[in-house]
Design a binder for this molecule. Structure first.
Ligand code: 5GP
Ligand code: ZN
Length: 114
């Protein structure tokens, strides 16, 4: 997807602050962090929203969650705790239509979200 911001990051056209990468996923710091740690984990494959997941994306989604676990350890928030969020479409406030897992930590979080 040539017009997708996160595909441009995967392709190397835009260089973010990368914190983790493997064959399937890439993780980088959010440009507008909402917590001391705010990392986005994305699949390298373009998937617009959670509603677009294919049956064979199950392994890939597991890769994203496993990456979040490793990033939390790297960032020193594995013990204190952290929040993981996928925003899906308008009502959730999704801005970038290439799925991404927010990993937020380093401060206490409120619940429910606004
Ligand atoms: P969403 O609202 O779609 O769940 O989250 C999109 C996130 O992407 C936002 O938290 C926003 O700050 C972040 N973001 C938008 N553009 C860029 C960018 O160019 N680089 C990085 N690192 N993050 C971005
Ligand atoms: Zn994309």
């Amino acid at each position: 997807m040539s017009d997708c911001l996160f595909c441009k990051i995967v392709n190397g056209d835009i260089t973010p602050d990368i914190v983790y990468e493997n064959e399937a996923v890439l993780a980088f710091r959010d440009i507008n962090p909402r917590a001391p740690t705010h990392v986005l984990v994305i699949p390298k494959k373009h998937i617009p929203t959670l509603a677009d997941l294919a049956d064979d994306d199950t392994q890939l989604m597991g890769e994203i969650m496993q990456a979040a676990k490793k990033i939390a350890e790297q960032e020193g928030i594995a013990d204190s705790g952290y929040r993981t969020v996928f925003n899906c479409k308008q009502d959730a406030g999704q801005e970038v239509y290439h799925i991404h897992l927010h990993v937020l930590g380093g401060r206490p979080m409120q619940w429910p979200p606004g």
